[in-house]
Write a protein that binds this ligand. Structure first.
Ligand SMILES: Cc1cc2nc3c(=O)[nH]c(=O)nc-3n(C[C@H](O)[C@H](O)[C@H](O)COP(=O)(O)O)c2cc1C
Length: 161
């Protein structure tokens, strides 16, 4: 017997996470989406993972370029998270943003808490998602507080960092 989709969503929604925007670029084309499925994997070598829905357009660029950047959102960036999650105006997600390219060419966003630029070293098929393992080329951290996602709502840390 397998767990129902509702029970799965409800249970997994009680795992508190940060929020990030995963970006990628292939030539002049850039794209990105909001994710919570991001994790540290290994220190030596430095590896992280992100899970991308097989229907996501961001996946197409990651497949093509083999690179992605993880932009860790700060607590004031809820609107940016919603913009990169919404299917409405998805071609205008970067509009008005002073983004720059990281070492891999993937877009790094302004005002984020951290930016982790990666090259894909493995891709694992996992149900309706693909797990991308990326080797970290550069990582930067800026001052601030994280945006937190828990039980389908954005939150802030109660006591700060
Ligand atoms: C808080 C939050 C977390 C999300 N986490 C993920 C995730 O880990 N992986 C994923 O594929 N989609 C995730 N999504 C959904 C994508 O952001 C959404 O489907 C987006 O429109 C995909 O964009 P694209 O198809 O243009 O790449 C999340 C959305 C929200 C609001």
């Amino acid at each position: 017997m397998s767990v129902s989709a509702d029970t799965f969503r409800h249970a997994l929604g009680h795992w508190a996470s940060g929020v990030a925007i995963v970006t990628s670029a292939a030539g002049d084309r850039i794209h990105g989406m909001t994710v919570s499925a991001f994790s540290s994997v290994s220190l030596d070598p430095p590896l992280v993972l992100v899970c991308a829905d097989k229907t996501s357009h961001t996946l197409v660029l990651i497949e093509e370029s083999g690179v992605f950047a993880v932009n860790v959102l700060s607590h004031g960036q809820q609107a940016l998270s919603n913009r990169f999650a919404s299917k409405k105006d998805e071609d205008r997600r970067f509009e008005g943003l002073a983004w720059r390219r990281g070492a891999t060419g993937a877009p790094l966003l302004p005002g984020v808490l951290g930016a982790i630029d990666c090259r894909v070293v493995a891709a694992h098929d996992a149900g309706d998602h693909v797990i991308y393992v990326g080797r970290v080329e550069t990582a930067e951290v800026l001052a601030g507080e994280p945006l937190v996602y828990y039980a389908s709502r954005y939150r802030a840390l109660a006591n700060g960092a």
